[in-house]
Write a protein that binds this ligand. Sequence first.
Ligand SMILES: O=C(O)CCC(=O)C(=O)O
Ligand SMILES: [Fe+2]
Length: 305
Amino acid sequence: MVTSAPLFSVKHELDPSPEAFGELRSSADCLAQPDVLRQRLDDDGYLFVPGFFNPDLIHAARVSVTDRLAAEGVLDPAFPAIEAMCRPDKALGFRGDLAKNNPAVDRVVYGPELLGFYAQLFGEPVRHFDHTWFRAISHGQGTPPHCDLVYMSRGTHQLLTAWIPYGEVPLEVGGLILLEDSHHKADRIKNYLEVDVDLYCENNPKHVDKVVGKGGWSHPGWLTFNPTVLRERLGGRWLTATHWRPGDFLTFKMTMVHASLDNQTHRVRLSSDTRYQRASQPADARWVGADPAGHGPRAKQGMIC
Ligand SMILES: O=C(O)CCC(=O)C(=O)O
Ligand SMILES: [Fe+2]
């Protein structure tokens, strides 16, 4: 992949050489062949489908979100709200609230296109988690390397994440990156993959204070804060799309290591991440129902350890 300027993830400059950085393989050409998709998902750990959604649906969701951000006063009034230019004195980040009571986002993430895709892929009826993760990532921010399993492992592990950008995301705005082949290296990060951030040791006063007392997590969830050293140790390339466009989506497995590039601009990077599984398999109770517990007090589980 040709990169014009240095790229960073969690403030670490990424090695742009072809051995270390590359492009996601598109599966747009085999959407009608579920067998091929299944094989690719197993081989690659992900499916990247550029142009999957009608861009109008994505645009409507973007408008709903940028209108809310403008009403909050975090956007630079010198630009139209749809541009999502952040005021330099404001910082944004994880913003699940932007997807709450938001029919335009629901239409994208739980609409017939995406649910139909997963039903075809899994070959049987599917369900989605009822919680929608939504991010408004501002200048200088990025997501550290992690696997989603540590946040959602109490049901089936055959769960898939869908990452969807709402708007153009060129490299410098900071899209998602996946560590190639990392889903085949679960044995190398076995201890990490056994983490459940809401589980705590009842016989460890520090844990009890942190998790029960302060409502925190027993583990931060990140695999590391250094994507460069991680890649050197685990191997593979960091993979991304050179330019995410409205309508693109990426789905990947629970054990796939991923992170994001840092946003080097003042344009907010808007994206959702949502989860899908076979309806016949158990679901992690933290994320289902009208008012999911999430990582809140109802989710905390003590054990003797
Ligand atoms: O969008 C991001 O920065 C991180 C997304 C993520 O971790 C996910 O899709 O599971
Ligand atoms: Fe994630």
